[in-house]
Design a protein around this ligand. Structure first.
Ligand code: 3HC
Length: 310
């Protein structure tokens, strides 16, 4: 690589500037962005499935409408992110093939089942809450199209988290059975939610993402921020977080918490979680059943282009 280009690129990054699609960039920068942005997009569209499962079962028209809007938003987030990845010279088909073949990853969190209606509230509250923590720093990521996609995503994410919290608050004011349902969901989703932030920093292999201004805050620091913010919210809700080691450490100014089960994490990331097979099968089915829509859209676009050339 031309040392002058590398120096200019690093200077732009160090000055907190954005790299745009037409700018020169190291091949490794492009590759790690394709990896992260496409896996982020995969996470969004696989993430539609756990909640989609409850759209027909929502307890009221209001909750159904809210959930429908949220799942639709996630599909849109996937679209922005696939479009951002395509600016790096990869095609949608290649990205999709990587997901459906199992080559590409998506967030571990979406491999857990949504067993009750309370899960829908907990997913909004904890999963979207963790996603917000992780996505806000990405609004300042050095790659322009990714940062800009994140600004729109973060605005919608805050609605996602608030509707989840509101759903749980309603249930916690309900019957004892509803309160137990919420606590049971919190018990199942708490640890997988803090796993969303990835391995401990000392096990985090992609150090290039920090050096190149993609990962602005480390996995462990974001996880800690999330734990600190969520403990108070859990108190307001009246639920307990399933971690006996969770307690305020005045010296650190943060909450200490227990040890994450990394075997569980890598087992799920490796494709052996409770729902990995179902989630991919569902995405595969959607891809195959949606082929006619893609063909029709492409045929229409070609007709339009031919018409414009006349
Ligand atoms: N699930 C699956 N794989 C994970 C993971 C998780 N929770 N955490 C880490 N990994 C993978 C990484 O992708 C990497 O594997 P790869 O080389 O095959 O990509 C490996 O584990 C090592 O982890 P690293 O920490 O070295 O990897 P990163 O530096 O990429 O950090 C990350 C991982 C923090 C997830 C980072 O990729 C990131 O910030 N991604 C963008 C945000 C994102 O994808 N969030 C996922 C949820 S999206 C969402 O929640 C949608 C919302 O609407 C609900």
């Amino acid at each position: 690589e031309n040392p002058e280009y590398v120096a200019q690129f690093n200077a732009r990054i160090d000055a907190g500037g954005f790299i745009e699609p037409k700018d020169w960039m190291p091949e490794a920068y492009r590759r790690t962005l394709v990896r992260q942005i496409s896996q982020h997009a995969h996470s969004e569209i696989v993430g539609m499935l756990p909640e989609g499962n409850w759209i027909t079962r929502a307890p009221s028209l209001k909750r159904k409408a809210i959930l429908l809007a949220k799942v639709q938003d996630e599909g849109g987030h996937g679209l922005y992110l696939y479009a951002a990845a395509e600016t790096l010279g990869v095609s949608r088909d290649e990205l999709y093939e990587a997901l459906l073949s199992g080559k590409a990853k998506y967030s571990s969190i979406f491999n857990y089942p949504t067993l009750t209606w309370a899960d829908i509230g907990v997913v909004g509250w904890l999963v979207d809450g963790a996603a917000i923590m992780n996505q806000i720093p990405l609004c300042k990521c050095s790659y322009g199209p990714y940062a800009r996609a994140m600004i729109r995503v973060c605005k919608e994410e805050s609605f996602h988290q608030r509707q989840g919290f509101d759903l749980l608050l309603t249930m916690m004011k309900g019957t004892a059975e509803q309160r137990e349902m919420v606590q049971d969901a919190v018990n199942r989703w708490w640890w997988p939610s803090i796993m969303m932030f990835g391995p401990h920093d000392h096990d985090s292999v992609h150090t290039e993402t920090a050096r190149w201004g993609i990962k602005r805050i480390s996995n462990d620091d974001l996880r800690q921020k999330f734990v600190d913010a969520t403990v108070k919210q859990a108190e307001v809700l009246g639920v307990t977080l399933p971690d006996p080691a969770l307690k305020w450490n005045a010296e650190r100014g943060h909450h200490d918490f227990g040890t994450i089960d990394w075997d569980e994490f890598w087992n799920v990331v490796g494709g052996h979680g409770q729902c990995n097979v179902d989630r991919l099968a569902e995405r595969k089915r959607a891809w195959e059943e949606g082929a006619w829509v893609r063909e029709a859209a492409l045929a229409y676009a070609e007709k339009q282009a031919a018409r414009e050339q006349r």
